[in-house]
Design a protein around this ligand. Sequence first.
Ligand code: OSB
Ligand code: MG
Length: 375
Amino acid sequence: MRIERIELRLLRLPLVRFFETSFGRIHERPFVLVTVTGDGVDGVGECVADANPFYSAETTRTAWHVISEFVAPLVLGREFTHPREMFAALHVIRGHNMAKAAVEMAAWDLYAKQQVAPLCRVLGGADARIESGIASGVSIGIQDSLEELGDRVDTELAAGYRRIKIKIKPGWDIGAVTLLRERFGDIPLMVDANAAYQLRDAAHLAGLDPFDLMMIEQPLDYDDVQDHAVLQTKIRTPICLDESLHTVKVADEAIRAGACRIINIKPGRMGGHGQSIALHDLADGHSIPVWHGGMLESGIGRAHNIHLSTLPNFTLPGDVAASRRYFSPDLIDPEIEVRADGTIAVPPGPGIGVQLVHDRIASATQERLELRSSR
Ligand code: OSB
Ligand code: MG
């Protein structure tokens, strides 16, 4: 596989509804769309970095800079036998996993298309999961009132989603969970704090224990492992790490320290599919279940996430939901839909298997850059 061309597009899409986490509310989603071309075949990837460095250090602008100035020169014109070689080829670039992932994932799409195989097959998906589809959950942001939160959960349960995750922060936690347990009983329920608490809040967080949550995601700082390990000895609710786990090595340390009992995998955070597979396998070896996170992706990133979710240790429902919750219309046609049983079908065509709507991509594009091999 030889990549002769990389195209970057900065896109901006309005969200169907605002999304609020402990670090703020957003109404639209800017992101970088990456197309790689080799032997006349295109592969696409979506960079999940947002406008602000609030989830992690990267932004759409840093990703644009790092891909165009540093990733592209290392990738263009070089012969790769397999996309799993790409992350190692970018090792000299420290961090910037979201920038690396966007190009690496586009290369997996290109490779799978060259093999005329669905991406899930190339990634190592399990036959049964590819046939049944992936189990889908939803992530529900902080709302203006508890009543609105209840109504949103009601809507999503009716749509079939297999688990509900709500965003929490100090002042929007115990009350929200109390309301949901009172109104909806024993539903599969979890919370995500996006690093909004500190170790000194341990007694307060232990107040979530009686609610039998599936897990609490990333309660403490975005780069912390050790405090999470201490916190896990003080609360019964299983801790799941998201932000903190950006390399396989850190994940290994976190597992050994007892900092997490469950892991959220996002290929953007890890540097692509290759590192996500390595994290999946590491967790499997320690009997730690994983689930696929979401970053409010368009249908393009969403399709990548569905294919990756077919690996066997993705045993918990992910944050991979229907297109219509995020963008209307989406950049792909048909859209990603959730079925009444809460599963999403794996797109069957070659690569990510979804059809891009090029005129919608063009009209959402604010900047475009084309880089070509000089080798
Ligand atoms: O922490 O999982 C997160 C969205 C943006 C940034 C971080 C997170 C999220 C979500 C939304 O929870 C998941 C989704 O529905 O795509
Ligand atoms: Mg999270």
